[in-house]
Design a protein around this ligand. Structure first.
Ligand SMILES: [Zn+2]
Length: 533
């Protein structure tokens, strides 16, 4: 397209307009945008897991992968079916209250606190004492044990989302994951958890979280994946109402929030308030699938090894209307990453430079439900786990400003991180670690499923320096568009930033496929332990 446009311009005798943006790029952003436009169209209804809209998106993706000449590598053609259970809270039959000094103070689901169906899988009726446990973390590597000295048997614990500043980002993220958290709490005898959202790290304001609180949640159906056995109840608390929890405790939430904002150590103490909860949960079975395709490598031995390029094709579907719009299109989340996977597949097939290892293109389902599709794939990969050398995951890379700074999640953890950094540098882009560790991004997308199986992984995003106008652009994007109907195709995107981002991804894929040595975890990386088997 660009070439013929230049030709036309030449004929019109305006050759000066034809200076290419960069001779090194294999992309122009336009084919990527065409895929985004399809995937984020209103007719796909936000691609919720199990929905007709997601099936349409997947049919489109399979068609594109086939057109690009890729081979299927699922268990049913390009598909890898996955079974789920879906959980919904029936609020009309449920209630939540605090018992404070002999009085019952009932809580409003919309304004104060609601049941998390992700943590509450069966109907539950209970009354239990509450204990505040700070950030609720036990991190042996850093001699941190916030549960020490507390009697938590039969109790519901209350914690503030976040971590103290002396814990490295990746480590803090790991121990805040649902499974790791529950392992520690369960061992201490805890029966339920209340999470107070941290006002310093909330991507989405409470009002928007609250309107969609009754959207069904899901889990993998196979019991091997149940990470929260014994957890009776999970509640999400509005920080604006959290002062109630601390009534009569000798502490205030204002004091806790101020410490939490600066990631300072938090106190731990029993609360004077107790919880009274009656949760009615409905559950149903559901099926969806991952899509898996391969471009075989050229080396007789190394072609049996795979570099994964992954993105999630699902989004959150139809929800509460915002400005009259009910369709949560997910153009950037993660239409952008899915589009990149399709664009990359076509590009690699059309310009075969040759790659020694095979390239595995993976579009997972149910990321929005808690990284479920990738978790299933990483536990039951359609190629031997040991043959997967790396995962490059693309999720909402946000080309909303020019690409000058590249944020690399996992930059310090493995060779893959260092390679990504040097490729970015070669293209004039500055690589940086996550400048906002509180957002916990390292465990918030599908790369984490691979990391937990020992596979080195990275996630790269268009980034910004702290204190710059770009930081505000990203913050505003999260506040207004993230998981909102306005993450659609009517928002401005920077196609040059996309093209450059795609180029970095392409080079990292090829470099990883052609470098004979597999990427390794750094000797001091915490995540190296998963690769030890
Ligand atoms: Zn996403």
């Amino acid at each position: 397209m660009r070439k013929s446009l230049c030709l036309l311009l030449l004929l019109a005798v305006v050759p000066a307009v034809c200076v290419p943006q960069s001779p090194t790029l294999s992309f122009d952003g336009n084919s990527w945008w065409a895929h985004v436009r399809f995937l984020a169209d209103d007719s796909l209804e936000g691609r919720d897991t199990g929905s007709e809209g997601l099936r349409k998106a997947q049919a489109y993706a399979v068609d594109q992968l086939q057109k690009a000449g890729l081979q299927p590598l699922g268990t049913k053609g390009f598909h890898q079916p996955v079974r789920f259970r879906q959980y919904e809270v029936d609020e009309s039959k449920s209630s939540l209250a605090l018992l404070i000094a002999g009085e019952t103070k009932s809580l409003s689901f919309a304004d104060d606190a609601f049941f998390s169906a992700r943590a509450t899988h069966e109907s539950a009726q209970l009354a239990a004492p509450l204990v505040f446990i700070g950030f609720g973390l036990k991190i042996p590597e850093k001699n941190l044990d916030e549960l020490a000295g507390l009697d938590l048997r039969g109790k519901v614990v209350v914690y503030l989302a976040g971590s103290p500043s002396d814990i490295p980002t990746a480590l803090a993220s790991h121990y805040q994951s649902v499974g790791e958290r529950w392992k520690t709490l369960r061992a201490a005898g805890v029966i339920g958890v209340i999470t107070i959202m941290n006002p310093a790290s909330m991507d989405i304001p409470w009002s928007r979280i609250s309107v969609n609180r009754n959207h069904p949640s899901m889990d993998l159906a196979d019991p091997e994946f149940n990470e929260t056995q014994g957890l009776q109840l999970g509640v999400i608390f509005n920080p604006a109402s959290a002062e109630l929890l601390f009534t009569g405790s000798g502490h205030t939430f204002a004091e806790i929030a101020a410490l939490g904002k600066d990631r300072k150590p938090l106190p731990h103490f029993p609360l004077a308030a107790a919880l009274k909860a009656d949760a009615v949960i409905r559950s149903t079975a559901l099926e969806s699938s991952n899509l898996v395709a391969v471009l075989p490598g050229t080396d007789p031995a190394l072609k049996n090894e795979f570099v994964v390029l992954s993105a999630h094709i699902d989004h959150v579907g139809i929800g509460a209307p915002i400005n009259g719009d009910r369709i949560y299109n997910g153009a950037m989340d993660d239409g952008s990453g899915s589009a990149l996977v399709l664009d990359m597949a076509a590009n690699m097939k059309a310009h075969p430079e040759g790659h020694k290892r095979s390239l595995l293109f993976l579009l997972v389902t149910a990321e929005e439900k808690g990284l479920l599709g990738s978790r299933f794939f990483a536990a039951h990969p359609t190629v031997p786990l040991k043959s997967i050398v790396a995962d490059i995951n693309v999720d909402m890379f946000l080309p909303i400003v020019p690409l000058k700074v590249l944020k690399i999640e996992g930059i310090e953890e493995s060779d893959l991180g260092s390679r990504a950094a040097s490729i970015a540098q070669d293209l004039g882009v500055r690589p940086i670690p996550d400048p906002e560790p509180l957002r916990n991004a390292f465990i918030r997308s599908d790369q984490y499923s691979f990391i937990k199986q020992g596979v080195p992984a990275v996630k790269m995003d268009v980034g910004f320096e702290l204190g710059t106008p770009e930081q505000k652009i990203f913050k505003d994007w999260l506040t207004n568009r993230y998981h909102a109907p306005s993450d659609d195709v009517n928002q401005p995107v920077d196609l040059q930033a996309t093209a450059l981002y795609e180029e970095i991804t392409r080079r990292l894929l090829l470099d990883t496929a052609n470098t004979v040595a597999r990427p390794r975890w750094k000797p001091d990386s915490f995540f190296r332990r998963y690769a030890s088997q």
